[in-house]
Design a protein around this ligand. Sequence first.
Ligand code: IPM
Ligand code: MG
Length: 370
Amino acid sequence: MRRYRIAWLPGDGIGTEVCEAARVVLDAAGFEADYLPGDIGWECWRREGDALPARTLELLRQTDSAFFGAITSKPAGDAVRELAPELHHRGLTYRSPIVRMRQMLDLYVCLRPCRAFPGNPLNYRENIDLVVFRENTEGMYIGVEFPTIPEEFRAVPAMAKLPDDAAISIRSVTHRASRRIVEAAFQYAVKHGRRKVTAVHKANVLRATCGVFLEAAKQVAARYPGIEFDTANVDAMGMWLLKNPLNYDVIVTTNLFGDILSDLCAQMVGGMGFACSGNIGETYAVFEPTHGSAPKYAGQYRINPLAAILAAGMMLEWLGEVDTAREIERAVSEAIARGAPRTYDMGGSAGTMDMAHAVAGCLQQTHTAR
Ligand code: IPM
Ligand code: MG
């Protein structure tokens, strides 16, 4: 195995604890890497007025991939109030660093696997095995928002009709970004032997933007006759996923719908303690547990680290260390099936590091068995 360079971005809150747990497992798996720590998160914002400083972006450019824990974010007003005094009145606005990384590095795929591990008491149904492909660069996340409508917009007839006190958020969807996320979903389906891809939209209402997405999805699907393709409105999809989760396989959708549906899918397989993400571009990727920084649990080492550990496995797969990635997933599965230790979300009282060591222990057994 070659020696990798990994940008290590634990962030704050429980981000640091789950990253420590992921490292235990990465080390036990024999993954050879230099972990280069990077500053990111709430403290950077307060001290420097930038939650994702330029030096951290530079670090990303010099590494093979990044691993990100979690960071605290607060509403715009609170964010400005918490800035160091000398940074007040500079007109700084807080934007989520993870969203910025996705956009600045063009990490256009947000890959979110949701698998019901056998023996997980939190499974909504057994055998759920869903994969969400969320478009990660555009849609409702472009950050083009207006608390009141700018005067020049009033020249557009549809805007002129809006109430005076309306706030607006603009959603942009391109054919190119839609095509490449759907393409990524189909390529994944082919590579992993998946039977079906479902494109999720709301084209009956968001005619322009979802229209573009749906059209692109149909064009891509036509090139994959071996994979079943269907489409669903996002509202109905929420209902059907809950009713018949086993009817679905790979789900592909625009940014905000993917954000929402991936939480629904995560909850069906145990909640945020099991939700892992890969933010993947052509040449770089950032892996993360999907959960937030849970400040009220910070420092207690109580949080389930499996989401971070599974994200570490996803990173290894993306780097090409496929066998080691599989071993990590198998070890997680094995640790869950054994029934102990369990963190509080699973009904137990074990801590973050107990769980990490349990997974590491299962890994070592695989090593010895070989
Ligand atoms: C996620 C999160 C982020 C998002 C937040 C933290 C900005 O909910 O990764 O799903 O909305 O994308
Ligand atoms: Mg989310």
